[in-house]
Design a protein around this ligand. Sequence first.
Ligand code: SF4
Length: 361
Amino acid sequence: MHREQPQMTLPAQLPKALLDWYDAGARVLPWRSDPQPYHVWLSEIMLQQTRVEAATPYFERFLRELPTIADLAAAPEEQLLKLWEGLGYYNRVRNLQKAARVVVDQYGGQLPASFDALLSLPGIGRYSAGAIASIAFGIPVPAVAGNVRRVISRVIESDEPISREETRRRMAAALSALLPKERPGDFNQALMELGAMVCLPNGAPRCERCPLNGFCLAHLHGSVDRFPCKEAKKERRREQRTIFVLLQDGRVGIRRRPARGLLRGLWELPGEEGFLDEAQAQNWLAAQGFSPTGPLRPLGPAKHIFTHLEWQMQGWVVPVTGAGALCFVTPEQLAEEYCLPSAFRAYADRIPNLIRGVFDV
Ligand code: SF4
């Protein structure tokens, strides 16, 4: 029989303790000092899978090139992908543009000041809608990021798995009940900041400097290691791939990935499933319309981890004739004009040396 859980309740001291701490020492971040809706939106989408330190230069460059939502809506895809190169999860930037086009068409180029209207835009889920609504517009709604779930789970010793939607919903209801109506954006940011700077994951929280340590149950009971509760993760699928660095007249061959599936539509170094030995690699080259003009040299192993998948790679570098179905570009063009996902970085970083004939770095 399904038993209804009692309502989740948070300590009444939490908002003041948190906001006093935030006021005393919050980090100065470019999207905080001037929380324009577009800037807050962009920062929240970038920060979904990226640390603040890594995201900040991307954020600044993005706004230099696309200073308004209208600019974002009109940007060519290649420019967008280049601006996102290295951040991964490229659907985020594609959805940003889709949403920007809706904002231009339906809201005159300004983000709507409404949680529900924000939630209806592509790429904006409940967390992002809550963050934008509260930070940019002062609307009193919670923003229950992963960091926030970890903090709450420890403060009240919640044994509800934090990945469950039901847990998120119950935490959102509990936070709504004590969200200070006059400072919802600061409150949400303070909780996120605490999760990022103090209440760290993997059993390493800095409780001694935490403003909540006077009433955090996990701290008071010495049970921090047991929270948050997590459900067993599915094992990540492993896939073996052979990557080819094909060289021709000081250029390297790249191709576009298919329009559907993993890294869709992005550029890649050509490759094939499985680990191809030298004879198989020769056959592959012939089947692609290439003739080697020098020896095939192994490039060694590399690995890239996606959310549900791990690529285990081996590489070959070889000079070739023939055009095949590749586009041959100089290292400079590759760096400046094409978006090559970081999955290929281990081999791509070596291309300038490989072109110069340096194979053993
Ligand atoms: S006291 Fe420790 S466990 Fe509790 S919220 Fe603060 S850092 Fe997290």
